[in-house]
Design a protein around this ligand. Structure first.
Ligand SMILES: NC(=O)c1ccc[n+]([C@@H]2O[C@H](COP(=O)([O-])OP(=O)(O)OC[C@H]3O[C@@H](n4cnc5c(N)ncnc54)[C@H](O)[C@@H]3O)[C@@H](O)[C@H]2O)c1
Length: 378
């Protein structure tokens, strides 16, 4: 018999949609003891939250997140708001004894993240952060291959996340659609928004980072603020590149920008080991490229693995071998793993505490870019 898990989502934008889709679909494709029930959606505008609730099938709406968190009929709260609200909402949820699924980055900075970890651990509530790229089947396959030792000793980890949507100098900052350009709402620019994904994947695949040396740039120095109407300094990093040492002795190179004309969401990584290398590209997310030096010389080449077979991670739950899935499925997988974690009593990864590691690296990167020095990760 399935048990209902009543979900309350706060924030009905891009992530509100991907998560709602995941809650709706998960039980069709994954056998889970718990079944999400879309109990309540919350956003500040009564009209837009009502329209959202109708579209995705929520039973009720709230316009004040405090009311949603206080409701007895909500088991788990899903935080899909801009970054500056994560801490306040998460702590309120913990104090109310709710399970929490919080969007990334965990917080605006490490100090906030520490408070959030302390709150959920004190309350003993189940918690997780939506670093969904771990759950692209090809990325999970990369994890399996590395853990099995197929790559041998790892020498290099390289990752990029490139976009091109903020190049126009007359693009304003702040407000509903453009909070990512406003440091007060986002905390940082590409570091917290995009590199946080690359870092989470990297530490999951290759272990912890010991120190970093970074540079950031803000190409457009001032923009009109949507909320004040005034031209104000831009406080976010438009671009960031850093090198680092991993604890296992390998070297890391990371780059992210919103100024790479022609690239919309080009997240790529490549890992070079003693025996083999792997690479992955979000634009072709169902493929994992693999090169194994131990193959017979005449046949040695990069293989492009179409990660769609029943023995590939997650894929037996979907269609038939050869038919691929996409971006939205990574969120379905995260919900499936969250529900399985509830059933088994094993916390689903990454927990707040695990996601704090990514936050520590982001803070070290921003601090190194300011000082121009190698910086240890907290
Ligand atoms: N996992 C990923 O791949 C991924 C992708 C995009 C965004 N994110 C993260 O998800 C979060 C939300 O990003 P988004 O792209 O969905 O943003 P968005 O702007 O599309 O949506 C944000 C929503 O929050 C609502 N909101 C703002 N203040 C609120 C308040 N006080 N009370 C209730 N609702 C409020 C807004 O009305 C809006 O509906 C951010 O933390 C972001 O970093 C993660």
């Amino acid at each position: 018999m399935t048990k209902p898990l009543n979900i309350g989502v706060i924030g009905c934008g891009f992530m509100g949609r991907t998560h709602s889709n995941a809650y709706n679909r998960v039980s069709n494709f994954f056998k889970t003891e718990y079944k999400p029930v879309l109990k309540a959606a919350c956003a500040r505008s009564a009209d837009s939250v009502k329209a959202f609730a109708e579209q995705w099938g929520y039973e009720s709406v709230e316009t004040d997140w405090r009311k949603l968190i206080a409701r007895d009929d909500i088991d788990a709260v899903d935080i899909c708001t801009p970054n500056n609200l994560h801490k306040e909402l998460a702590i309120a949820c913990a104090e109310a004894g709710k399970m929490i699924l919080c969007e990334k980055p965990l917080a605006m900075n490490v100090a906030e993240g520490e408070e959030m970890c302390a709150a959920v651990e004190k309350a003993g509530v189940v918690n997780t952060v939506w670093y969904n790229y771990r759950r692209v089947p090809a990325v999970t396959l990369a994890k399996q291959l590395i853990d099995e030792g197929k790559l041998g000793r790892i020498f290099h980890y390289r990752a990029n996340f490139l976009q091109d949507w903020t190049i126009a100098e007359d693009l304003p900052q702040g407000g509903a659609a453009l909070w990512r350009l406003d440091a007060a709402a986002a905390g940082s620019g590409v570091t917290g928004d995009l590199l946080a994904h690359c870092i989470d994947t990297a530490i999951w695949l290759n272990g912890g980072v010991t120190n970093v040396n970074a540079m950031t740039e803000t190409f457009v120095k001032q923009r009109k603020h949507n909320l004040t109407g005034k031209v104000e300094p831009v406080g976010i990093d438009d671009a960031c590149a850093f090198m680092c040492h991993f604890g296992n002795g390998s070297l890391g190179l990371f780059e992210s920008t919103r100024y790479a004309r022609g690239h919309k969401a080009l997240y790529t990584f490549e890992i070079n080991g003693e025996h083999a290398s792997i690479k992955w590209d979000l634009h072709d997310l169902h493929r994992l490229e693999y090169f194994d030096h131990r193959d017979e010389g005449r046949l040695r080449a990069w293989r492009s693995i179409h990660v769609t077979d029943g023995d590939h991670p997650y894929m037996k739950n979907w269609w038939v071998p050869g038919l691929q899935i996409g971006y939205e499925h990574t969120f379905v997988h995260q919900v499936a793993d969250f529900l399985a974690g509830l059933e088994s009593g094993t916390p689903v990864s990454p927990t707040f505490r695990e996601a704090l590691e990514t936050q520590k690296i982001c803070d070290a990167v921003l601090s190194s870019a300011k000082s121009g020095q190698w910086t240890d990760v907290g």
